[in-house]
Ligand binder design. Structure first.
Ligand code: FAD
Length: 402
């Protein structure tokens, strides 16, 4: 691409441009770091203190699209020791009694040298590395424990400042700016709990499709696992409120044969699930990233990875602005446009998976058996589905970035 005079001018202006990011969760913090590395000055707010930001008890399944971003930002090597790789993924349709396996050979060739289908990363080491790097950066002003009212952030709007809403699913900024937003609550909720298991395969993640909802069992290292268990919301809440022994026996009854719970390692938490999307991820100089702009069902471990693909695409665009290849005012429009296929693809496919598998419908059983049979027997179908999950549906017809 050649730079026209207007773009060159905007590259010069970009040097003085500031990003004000509200929300220092995993999305806002990673974006702040990426922008700072490109030379932009960044103000990053969060209403929580650093200690509270670190204290969530949850673990994320990391896909290859996230690996590439973490590598680009120089974070991968520092996180590698903290992550648990999984080299196989077992998919069970518990009603149709069918199983399919994914292995490293089912990845696209560019992903195979990483020698894992995915990784499981705990929230605390991720956030402590991000906060440590942000504190060390001269480009970032970190304002934690600081609840900036949305109106104040939006009032500071100016031609040299982009405001980024990374303030999560209930985003005040999105609501104050009245960005159109479509949202549909699932009847299913989700229970998350960390536990010790015996009898599970080593370096293997499980996705069990059960009539009440899917359940993911993600390895955290040694015999520790994180369970992400979807079911009707009230049932999740009742289970989370039940005694440890009751919860253990419910889990033992539904885990694959031979896999048993040894001990719960944290307090179970239940939370509602929703399908939501802002059809345009911008309004004026406000940009929505992460769960401020969309939310999907956790089936297939897409949530945080989808948020980080927002970060990755936005950083590609800001890099083009810095190089003078794109005029800065086009940034917001281009960002909204380039995220569309990936977001719609993931939201629709996770929703379809839930509708297809979360039931006992006898009419669907032959199709479900056929789907699992094809996954089991036809390698290109496995490769295609795994790539959609790990690289994102937008990359299916393109070569992967190096
Ligand atoms: C209870 C729960 C459990 C989950 N468990 C898992 C799991 O096990 N595995 C998994 O992969 N995903 C899980 N998820 C989803 C995952 O946490 C999200 O995909 C991810 O956190 C999205 O990151 P984010 O940075 O966009 O939003 P968030 O992580 O929600 O971060 C938003 C940040 O904005 C800040 N903020 C909000 N409003 C303001 C304001 N007005 N001013 C300043 N700061 C503000 C908040 O304090 C927060 O730090 C879970 C989600 C929930 C709610």
């Amino acid at each position: 691409m050649t730079a026209d005079p207007q773009s060159r001018d905007s590259a010069v202006k970009a040097v003085h441009q500031q990003f004000r990011i509200v929300g220092a969760g995993p999305t806002g913090a990673l974006l702040a770091l990426g922008l700072a590395q490109q030379g932009f000055s960044v103000v990053l707010h969060d209403r929580l203190s650093a200690e509270l930001l670190l204290s969530r008890s949850r673990a994320y399944a990391i896909t290859h699209s996230s690996r590439r971003l973490l590598q680009d930002l120089g974070l991968w090597a520092a996180l590698l020791d903290q992550m648990e790789p999984f080299c196989s993924l077992r998919l069970d349709d518990c009603s149709a009694h069918c199983t399919a396996w994914f292995h490293i050979r089912d990845l696209r060739p560019a992903n195979r040298p990483a020698e894992a289908i995915g990784w499981v990363l705990d929230h605390r080491p991720l956030m402590s590395l991000l906060l440590e790097r942000l504190e060390a950066s001269d480009q970032v002003a970190l304002q934690l424990d600081d609840a900036t009212p949305a109106e104040e952030a939006l009032a500071n709007e100016g031609s040299r400042q982009w405001i980024v809403a990374a303030d999560g699913p209930r985003s005040m900024l999105r609501r104050s700016a009245e960005v159109p937003f479509l949202s549909h609550p699932y009847r299913q909720g989700c229970l998350t709990v960390k536990l010790r298991l015996t009898g599970a395969y080593q370096h293997c993640a499980y996705e069990l499709f059960r009539p009440e909802g899917p359940m993911a069992v993600l390895p955290l290292g040694q015999d520790r696992y994180q369970v992400v268990w979807s079911a009707p919301l009230q049932r999740c809440r009742d289970r989370a409120a039940s005694s440890a022994s009751e919860l253990v026996s419910t889990l033992d009854a539904i885990l694959p044969e031979g896999v048993d719970v040894v001990q719960l390692l944290d307090e179970p938490g239940a939370f509602p699930l929703e399908l939501s999307l802002a059809p345009r991820l911008h309004r004026g100089s406000l940009l929505l990233v992460g769960e401020a702009g969309h939310r999907c069902h956790p089936v297939g471990g897409q949530g945080l990875n989808l948020c980080w693909r927002d970060v990755s695409d936005l950083l590609n665009l800001t890099a083009a602005v810095r190089r003078g290849e794109m005029a800065s005012p086009s940034l917001a429009r281009r960002y909204s446009r380039c995220r569309r296929i990936d977001l719609v693809g993931v939201l629709l496919s996770t929703d379809l998976l839930i509708r297809f598998f979360s039931n006992h419908n006898p009419l669907l059983m032959p199709f479900r058996r056929l789907a699992l049979f094809m996954l089991k027997r036809i390698s290109w179908i496995r490769r295609f589905s795994l790539s959609a999950m790990t690289d994102g549906p937008g990359t299916l017809l393109k070569p992967l970035p190096k």
